[in-house]
Design a protein around this ligand. Structure first.
Ligand code: OAD
Length: 235
């Protein structure tokens, strides 16, 4: 692979696993105790807001007990040092990328520390906990909900993400099972526009065959090594 100028990195739950945040689909996965349709849909939120809010309150509270790991820190190092275009797209709703120092970052599935007004659409820092009927700090209506993209809702920033992916030279997917679209389809878009594609994951993802190269192992080891090689070649 020649030295890329423009890089897009997609991360999923696997990059935060070694920080102590459960993944969704692995053994001990987050959904084992909770059916996804009970907590992560607009219908569930309408039917039983207290349970949905409580579920995300617990996830948010857990953030206080975890720290970014070597993989988050390596990506922040890359962000700081890379002179070309770079975009980190995360499916994760934790804040470990920003706490590690990544700046060129988009959360496509929302963020636990953010609240969304279901009426006026304004985002604000989430109270912790965030009970149902919390008033929006902007419009005052009791309509704040977790700022999470539920199943059936459109992920955030898709125009910017697709433009970056279509224009990148290198697309790297880290710690994601490839089970949830549209994130899982970004590798096809990158490849269709001629980008090199690399997967770093514990096991082959659902779309592994779509990548030029797959490296299997722990994110802390694989991501640090990949970033070091890239920056060493560049420097
Ligand atoms: P998954 O739980 O589906 O997949 C996690 C992937 O990370 C798996 O392929 C694991 O093999 C891999 N993995 C686990 N530990 C790892 C480690 N230490 N190093 C490297 N890889 C590791 O999580 P996502 O693909 O992120 O949506 O799930 C996608 C979306 O499904 C999530 O964003 C979430 C969920 O519904 C929302 O919350 C809206």
């Amino acid at each position: 692979m020649t030295q890329p100028r423009s890089i897009v990195i997609l991360t999923g739950a696997g990059i935060s696993a070694e920080s102590g945040i459960a993944t969704f689909r692995g053994p001990g996965g987050l959904w084992e105790g909770h059916r996804v349709e009970d907590v992560c849909t607009p219908e569930a939120l309408a039917r039983d807001p207290a349970s949905v809010h409580r579920f995300y309150d617990a996830r948010r509270a857990a953030l206080a007990t975890v720290e970014p790991n070597a993989a988050h820190l390596a990506l922040a190092r890359l962000d700081a040092a890379w002179p070309g275009a770079l975009l980190l797209v995360t499916q994760n709703v934790d804040d470990l990328h920003e706490r590690a120092g990544s700046r060129r970052l988009l959360h496509m599935h929302g963020a636990l520390r953010s609240a969304l007004c279901a009426l006026c659409g304004i985002r604000s820092a989430s109270p912790d906990p965030l009970p149902p009927d919390t008033p929006c700090p902007d419009c005052g209506e009791p309509a704040l909900r977790p700022d999470i993209v539920f199943f059936g809702e459109m992920p955030y920033h898709m125009d910017a993400i697709e433009a970056a992916v279509a224009g990148c030279d290198l697309f790297v997917s880290i710690g994601t099972s490839g089970a949830v679209y549209p994130a899982a389809g970004l590798v096809r878009l990158a490849a269709a526009h001629g980008a090199a594609t690399l997967e770093l994951n514990l096991e082959p993802s659902a779309g592994s065959d779509l990548f030029d190269e797959t490296r299997l192992g722990l994110a802390t080891a694989l991501v640090s090594a990949w970033v070091d090689t890239l920056l060493h070649r560049h420097g």
